[in-house]
Design a protein around this ligand. Structure first.
Ligand code: HEC
Ligand code: CU
Length: 335
């Protein structure tokens, strides 16, 4: 539809076309009703104009059929739009199993990205075509927003929590990446490119960059920051062993439970006292201020790597799969 007329960006992801159909429907509905209303106003004002000074029309006391029609009709149309949009929303909110993960840190005024295999990028993201990609995003300072118009995906990037967005790009090419949340002086320069590559080119690109993978960087940090002195494999240290915890429920001293996902591990590092693992003392020091958001992501990748069979548990930890998971900010950050 509308081939050749540049009224929207290219459709470069699996969801783009469907988002556009909804958008066209919304526009068409709005245009149709505006046309009906404006033409009726015009027609009635001519048709029923006052022709003689003394003319006094009969008062109208309402019409039940008319009122029912203009309440129920638009009501049905609204519910139809609601259902349609919800289906798209759910599809867009739930990354498919086995999506490739890339970590994103927004900061005034740039995008820093890291692939699990270790490649780092700034204001550029390379992804293979035809494969779902899930971004796990956080911010080092203020709220930013990750927007790739050609993919029709946009998600806020918020300090203190992880948000996710996913897409599957279909056509190799180069697409604009924007920050769409006003974030300070150079907001307008917080832009970049997403490069969608043939899977083979992507593999080549991946093997080109060095730097060690995220989990091994995380492991080095784990040693350097002294985490390893308390978290000993097999248990027996002052802290619980971290082998096998990722994606599993953890029991706390106060009897509550939570799933050890990215947000939980982040909180454990920055605010360990917020949730104390059952059977342990709150002796873990906070690492707030000693680690950057990127280092936290590396530590998380390391803890993740200690659990075999991690699957794609981050998004749907044992919860109703149909409900998109709204991540609450870590408890310790609440005022
Ligand atoms: C002084 C010892 C000590 C150090 C150093 C330490 N921790 Fe801990 N850690 C603990 C203890 C004790 C607990 C359990 C009590 C709690 O949850 O606060 C814990 C809990 C955790 C948990 C939650 C574990 C679970 O089973 O749910 C994670 C994750 C964690 N630490 C990661 C780290 C990382 C990463 C570092 C280094 C940046 C680190 N810890 C440094 C003692 C330590
Ligand atoms: Cu920004």
């Amino acid at each position: 539809m509308f081939q050749g007329i540049p009224i929207q960006p290219e459709q470069a992801s699996s969801i783009a076309r469907q988002v556009d159909y909804l958008y066209y429907f919304l526009s068409a509905t709005a245009i149709f009703f505006s046309a009906v209303i404006f033409s009726s106003v015009f027609y009635f004002s001519v048709r029923y104009r006052r022709r003689v000074e003394s003319e006094v029309p009969k008062p109208i006391h309402g019409s039940l059929p008319l009122e029912l029609a203009w309440s129920i009709g638009p009501g049905i149309i609204c519910m139809f739009i609601f259902a349609w949009a919800s289906i798209l929303y759910f599809r867009n909110a739930n990354p498919p199993e086995g999506a490739m993960e890339v970590y994103v840190v927004g900061k005034q005024w740039m995008w820093k990205l890291q692939h699990p295999a270790g490649q780092r990028e700034i204001n550029e993201l390379h992804v293979p075509a035809g494969r779902p990609v899930k971004l796990v995003m956080t911010s080092e300072d203020v709220v930013h927003s990750f927007f790739v118009p050609a993919f029709r995906v946009k998600k806020d990037v918020v300090p203190g929590m992880y948000t996710t967005v996913w897409f599957q790009a279909d056509q190799p090419g180069q697409y604009h990446l924007f920050c769409t949340q006003y974030c300070g002086t150079n907001h307008s320069q917080m832009i970049g490119w997403v490069y969608v590559m043939q899977p083979r080119d992507y593999e080549n690109w991946l093997s080109g960059g060095g730097g060690g993978n995220m989990a091994s960087s995380g492991e080095r940090l784990f040693q350097r920051l002294g985490c390893a002195t308390c978290h000993v494999p097999g248990g027996g240290g002052r802290g619980p062993q971290l082998q096998g915890i990722y994606g599993k429920p953890v029991l706390f001293e106060d009897g509550t439970k939570a799933v050890a996902d990215d947000a939980y591990i982040r909180e454990s590092i920055l605010n360990p006292a917020a949730k104390v693992v059952a059977g342990y003392k709150p002796v873990m020091p906070t690492f707030q201020g000693q680690v950057t958001e990127e280092q936290i992501l590396q530590l998380i990748a390391y803890v993740k790597s200690l659990t075999k069979d991690q699957g794609n548990v981050v998004e749907n930890p044992s919860e109703d799969k149909a409900t998109p998971k709204m991540k609450a900010p870590p408890a310790g950050k609440k005022p």
